[in-house]
Design a binder for this molecule. Structure first.
Ligand SMILES: Nc1ncnc2c1ncn2[C@@H]1O[C@H](COP(=O)(O)OP(=O)(O)OP(=O)(O)O)[C@@H](O)[C@H]1O
Ligand SMILES: [Mg+2]
Length: 301
């Protein structure tokens, strides 16, 4: 028996390293097969492919522990994510540039689709990166610089190069989180101190790798210490955007959206209390989840 259309699409996706598309095709294959002899196999893999849990992707051995690559298409709860008008502009700009990247490449115009998000802790910088991955359907490729420096200080430059070479050959949303951990301004470092000399070398490696990126990689970097970032690295970002805390109207919308999605209702006073007593998105979400849990536990008493 020859290959079905769905099996052909699966082979095409695997040959292009497009893991998100490959998973979709694999799901279509196990869904279409109704033969009795494959019943157990198809049902097992259908469940796994449809699983809502975090969906980590297998990485080459030398990337394990260094990069995290996740298919967020099932794990990101888009109905619970509140997109303010400010971040909507940033999102639209990223998507617009992604759409024209082939044309720019044809014209020989280098453009790195790179956005630097800054702002205080808990405002949703990392979550915005996952949102972009969800919306574009590209894998979320996550590199945390704090972890990188703590665990592998001596080989940080080599590891940055390795991670970039993976991102270049695998279309993805490449998130560089807590980028300030390495990128102390080179002018601030004292070259007689070997640790700061090493930091300056690491920053230079990062910039060199940046310059090799093709137009079709979407880079999102995040920091809550914009003041620590080297000016030359800052210039490599086509867009710099501050994510701020939400105002009360936006916080109310974020809470209502979440409650709608979990099909729960709170009184206007309770929502007002939550909005007024939590300053950032992270605190608001934690408080909301605490109150939802309390409500559920009261209901099942
Ligand atoms: N716009 C939003 N809508 C819904 N939930 C949000 C939003 N922004 C942030 N959150 C929630 O707040 C929490 C903190 O977000 P996140 O970790 O992305 O913040 P951050 O800015 O990266 O913080 P840090 O600087 O400490 O790394 C997460 O649980 C996230 O789901
Ligand atoms: Mg973060």
């Amino acid at each position: 028996m020859g290959l079905t259309d769905k099996q052909q699409k699966l082979i095409q996706a695997v040959s292009k390293n497009d893991i998100v598309e490959a998973k979709k095709c694999a799901l279509a294959c196990v869904t279409e097969d109704t033969t009795a002899k494959n019943k157990w196999f198809c049902s097992k893999y259908k469940n796994i492919l449809e699983s809502n849990g975090s969906n980590m992707m297998e990485l080459p051995y030398d990337m394990k522990g260094l990069l995290l690559v996740e298919d967020v298409s099932n794990s990101f709860k888009s109905n619970r994510y509140f997109l303010s008008d400010r971040e909507k502009n940033v999102y639209e700009n990223i998507i617009r540039m992604q759409r024209i990247n082939e044309k720019l490449m044809e014209l020989g115009i280098p453009y790195i689709n790179s956005t630097l998000l800054y702002g205080e802790s808990g405002t949703g910088k990392t979550t915005f990166g996952r949102y972009i991955s969800y919306k574009t359907g590209l894998p979320f490729c996550y590199l945390n610089f704090s972890h990188l420096v703590d665990s592998y200080m001596g080989s940080t430059s080599k590891n940055i190069s390795k991670a970039f070479s993976y991102a270049i050959t695998n279309p993805c949303v490449f998130m560089l989180d807590e980028i300030d951990c390495i990128s102390i301004r080179r002018s601030d470092t004292n070259s007689s101190n070997s640790a700061s000399g090493e930091m300056a070398r690491i920053t230079i490696t990062l910039m060199q790798e940046f310059d090799k990126l093709p137009n079709d990689v979407i880079v999102i970097a995040a920091t809550n210490r914009l003041d620590r970032i080297d000016e030359a690295l800052l210039r490599r970002f086509s867009l710099k955007h501050e994510i701020t805390v939400l105002d009360n109207r936006e916080k109310t919308a974020m809470v209502s959206q979440y409650l709608n999605d979990v099909k729960m209702k709170f009184s206007d006073e309770e929502i007002k209390d939550m909005v007024e007593s939590n300053s950032n998105q992270s605190m608001l979400l934690n408080d909301l989840i605490r109150r939802i849990s309390l409500k559920i536990s009261e209901e099942i008493k």
